[in-house]
Design a protein around this ligand. Structure first.
Ligand SMILES: Cc1ncc(COP(=O)(O)O)c(C=O)c1O
Length: 395
């Protein structure tokens, strides 16, 4: 098995330990502590999440009833028919969820279609498992929304899975409801599984929940051959508890993954499960999401102003969901060398973000990915330093 380096993770690992770094590469909404979480709880009668008297057994193998039940009800909120806890598997982060789903569903002889750019894992793992992968290229002029008409040219007899990422990392684009419906209409007669990485859900900051095009979770639609991954890391600011999940309406899919999961996971930490259940409970969820959506809105406006003021140097499609923005830097009409640019900026200013061509492929020369849902003060200082840098070295 040949495993390609995971470029985003390797870049992060190398540079995030730079002393004094101002990290605007991180994709989590600014992380919080358990104390912060308890302070967000709106009901003073709810006890804190960790009970020190609980025996630390393996706990519930697929994840606690409380957590799976809570997730099932969140995905059922606007769904045609409800999900139950049996539709949900808890995993150590979405990275494990994605891996297990792909490991269980895809192999040699299968063809997979995956949007691009996206999190490298989503197309590199199927390749490693021996599948043929076709990239479904997202275009700036279409606001990085996938074009379902292009699938006719990509699909094959043996296409097993179509993979999307909604909201998308790195562009921050969201796939509207109408496109999701068109996608399920395409997949249904061909019996193709659609796998949606939804780890940035429900962090929507540029589209209203009452808009017709507000994206539902794929798990809320009626087409059963779908599977979604989710996570506590991004929209819920709790990467440190390493809790992710998979949800599918199709018992065949859930059981295939549960069976693969037995070899890698047994169960997740009971402590992590308890913190996630607490964070998603009615008394905490709303204030936690309110904090993060407000943070995203404030910060995306700050970044938008910076991009507008530097229109001579950079351009973007303003993100509508998630925590990342993909910004193209051009000098004298030509894309900058994004790798050299990122390295030089971090060396001279300690501001860290990611180079597009290194982390998302050659098509993205000149692009950088900024994670903007950090603490507002971090983004502000980082952008001030970046202004100083571009004035001195790029004007
Ligand atoms: C699209 C996407 N999927 C999955 C993950 C992994 O998230 P987790 O922390 O839940 O493992 C990431 C992390 O950056 C991501 O961007």
């Amino acid at each position: 098995m040949k495993i390609r380096p995971f470029d985003v993770e390797q870049w992060m690992n190398k540079y995030e330990v730079t002393p004094g770094v101002l990290n605007i590469a991180e994709t989590c909404a600014a992380s919080i502590s358990i104390d912060d979480l308890v302070n967000l709880c709106e009901d003073p009668n709810v006890p804190p999440p960790i009970k020190t008297s609980t025996k630390l057994t393996y706990g519930a193998i697929r994840g606690s009833d409380a957590l799976r039940g809570r997730l099932a009800s969140l995905y059922s909120a606007r769904a045609a028919s409800p999900l139950t806890k049996d539709n949900i598997l808890i995993t150590p982060g979405a990275i494990a969820a994605n891996y297990m789903a792909l490991y269980a569903l895809v192999g040699s002889g299968d063809h997979v279609i995956c949007v691009h750019p996206t999190y490298q894992q989503l197309y590199a793992v199927p390749e490693t498992l021996g599948a043929e992968v076709s990239l479904w290229k997202l275009k700036k002029e279409r606001k990085y929304i996938p074009d379902v008409d292009e699938l006719e040219a990509l699909v094959k007899e043996n296409t097993k899975v179509i993979i999307i990422n909604n909201p998308n990392n790195p562009t921050g684009a969201t796939i509207p409801r109408s496109v999701l419906i068109a996608l399920t209409d395409f997949a249904r007669p061909r019996n193709i599984i659609i796998f949606s990485d939804e780890v940035y859900r429900p962090l929507f900051h540029g589209i209203s929940p009452v808009s017709d095009d507000f994206p539902p979770s794929l798990a809320s639609l009626s087409y059963p051959r779908t599977i979604i991954s989710g996570s506590m890391s991004k929209a819920y600011s709790l990467a440190g508890i390493r809790i992710g999940w998979l949800a599918s309406r199709d018992p065949e899919i859930t059981e295939a993954i549960a069976s693969a999961r037995d070899y890698t996971t047994i169960s997740v930490s009971q402590l992590d499960d308890a913190v996630a259940s607490y964070a998603l409970s009615d008394s905490v969820l709303h204030s936690l999401l309110k904090r993060n959506i407000q943070l995203a809105k404030t910060n995306v406006e700050m970044l938008e102003e910076w991009v507008r003021e530097h229109g001579w140097l950079c351009s973007w499609v303003k993100p509508t969901g998630g925590t990342t923005a993909f910004i193209l830097f051009k000098k004298k009409g030509k894309p900058v060398d994004d790798i050299a640019f990122c390295v030089d900026v971090i060396e001279k200013t300690k501001v860290m973000f990611l180079p597009g061509s290194r982390c998302f492929g050659e098509d993205f020369e000149g692009f950088v990915r900024i994670g903007f849902v950090c603490e507002t003060s971090v983004l502000k200082t980082a952008l001030e330093r970046l202004t100083g840098y571009v004035d001195e070295y790029m004007s």
